[in-house]
Design a protein. Structure first.
Length: 150
């Protein structure tokens, strides 16, 4: 059995040791995720977009997460990484005060929004810290306004 860990850095080594002693493999592509209660991970296991190797990415580096079918692209200031999980699962792992879903396929880091431009059709166009522009769709319009106090 393979298990993916979403626990704090302080407890990661201890939990990994206990699981491996019981014959359980800790793997980023595990079928199950073991998480701490009331704890949001401070890093994610992703795949480098260029080399394909696994990388531990600090959550504070994330600018946005974008879904393309069943694959996700995690964007930082200078790089793009891949994740094979569903968007709603990743969003459920992230701290709600720091991340916000703005469409069916995009989650943003709220502190990485550099400008907000309204449009005529109940939408906003956001410019992110990495220069990428993303749309807040009508379905998420009021949730976005409430979250940003607009």
């Amino acid at each position: 059995m393979k298990i993916k860990l979403a626990v704090s850095r302080e407890r990661y080594a201890e939990v990994e040791r206990l699981l491996t002693q019981r014959g359980i493999t800790v793997d980023a592509d595990g079928d199950f995720v073991l998480t701490e209660n009331n704890r949001y991970p401070d890093r994610l296991m992703v795949r480098d977009g260029d080399s394909g190797e696994r990388v531990v990415l600090p959550v504070e580096d994330i600018v946005l997460i974008e879904a393309f079918g069943h694959s996700l692209s995690v964007r930082t200031l200078g790089k793009s990484y891949g994740v094979s999980q569903r968007l709603y699962k990743i969003l459920g792992m992230l701290e709600p005060e720091k991340f916000l879903r703005i469409s069916n396929s995009v989650v943003i880091a709220k502190d990485k929004v550099t400008s907000i431009s309204p449009t005529f059709s109940m939408k906003f166009v956001l410019t992110m810290a990495n220069g990428q522009k993303v749309d807040v769709t009508r379905s998420y319009y009021y949730l976005f306004k409430e979250s940003f106090g607009i």
